[in-house]
Design a binder for this molecule. Structure first.
Ligand SMILES: *[C@@H]1O[C@H](CO)[C@@H](O)[C@H](O)[C@H]1NC(C)=O
Ligand SMILES: *[C@@H]1O[C@H](CO)[C@@H](O)[C@H](O)[C@H]1NC(C)=O
Ligand SMILES: *[C@@H]1O[C@H](CO)[C@@H](O)[C@H](O)[C@H]1NC(C)=O
Length: 263
């Protein structure tokens, strides 16, 4: 196992859907201090948007999970210039590993460690066969933190601190985020669900403010339109038109197709 630098390891925050909440919630590991940038720049990027990867030995026995990881990667490649490529001789690369304690976790950005792990436990990180939790972790790997850590989050969500476990480490507020001029995105795959890190798991910890009460947070199905735009901005993806804000999941496939065709 790598000895991860504590402050750079982001654990789980599996962003459960309302329906998937129970499934994912019980399986999260203890949160650790997180780096509080929402999107970080320059020295933590993967050159050319290319992320070399290998599967660990343990993972090579997990055929179904392996297919889901590849599908999660393909979801980035469909709409951004990011490419996940099997590692050959690249110095920095990621190892997809199954980890212990049912963890789903990743470092934020390219740590220049040589190898760095993404932990995706096959039994807990693909609830209902969804790839969203894996995409959440892959998006950490690309250099993004949590949406609810944005420095402006207090305008958009309330946090019920008295119900937050490890209050000092949960929901840190970023002081130096790079939001790429994108609006706060309740629909981000990087946004926590309502019961994230709850002490009493029947009571919310984070929820949209009154005037945004119709918003749903914690989707773990797919990248949002804004997630895609931010990735394209962070990696200066050439030829990737940036789709206009997407608000409903239904319109995404169309937009993505258009984006590709016009690229
Ligand atoms: C990516 O695009 C292909 C081809 O259009 C599609 O079959 C596949 O479902 C897409 N994958 C994801 C994860 O969005
Ligand atoms: C916040 O959580 C506490 C439990 O710690 C609960 O009693 C309280 O009702 C919650 N606040 C709101 C506004 O729901
Ligand atoms: C949390 O932070 C407060 C104030 O910074 C500090 O007094 C307290 O000891 C911390 N608690 C833990 C468990 O670290």
């Amino acid at each position: 196992m790598d000895k991860p630098t504590l402050c750079l390891l982001v654990v789980a925050m599996a962003a459960p859907c309302i329906t998937g909440a129970k499934l994912v919630k019980g399986q999260q590991s203890v949160p650790r201090p997180t780096m509080t940038t929402e999107g970080l720049i320059s020295d933590k990027l993967w050159p050319g948007g290319v992320v070399p990867f290998v599967f660990s030995k343990a993972y090579s026995r997990e055929d179904q999970a392996r297919q889901l990881v590849l599908k999660a990667m393909a979801g980035f490649e469909n709409s951004t210039c990011i490419r996940f490529v099997p590692r050959t001789t690249e110095k920095d690369f990621v190892i997809i590993n199954s980890g212990i304690m049912k963890s789903c976790s990743a470092y934020i950005g390219n740590q220049h460690l040589g190898s760095q792990q993404i932990l995706l436990n096959p039994a807990s990180c693909f609830p209902n066969g969804n790839i969203g939790v894996a995409q959440h972790q892959l998006m950490h790997t690309l250099g993004f933190g949590h949406e609810q850590s944005r420095s402006d989050r207090d305008q958009f969500v309330d946090i019920n601190w008295s119900n937050v476990a490890q209050a000092n480490d949960s929901f840190p507020l970023s002081t130096e985020d790079t939001t790429f001029g994108e609006p706060y995105d309740f629909d981000s795959i990087m946004h926590a669900g309502m019961f994230e890190n709850a002490i009493d798991k029947s009571i919310w910890t984070v929820r949209p403010k009154e005037k945004y009460r119709d918003k749903v947070i914690g989707q773990s199905i797919q990248l949002s339109g804004t997630d895609i735009r931010k990735i394209n901005k962070m990696y200066k993806c050439p030829g990737h038109a940036l789709p206009v804000p997407v608000t409903t999941a239904d319109t995404k496939p169309d937009l993505l197709r258009k984006t590709r065709n016009s690229a």
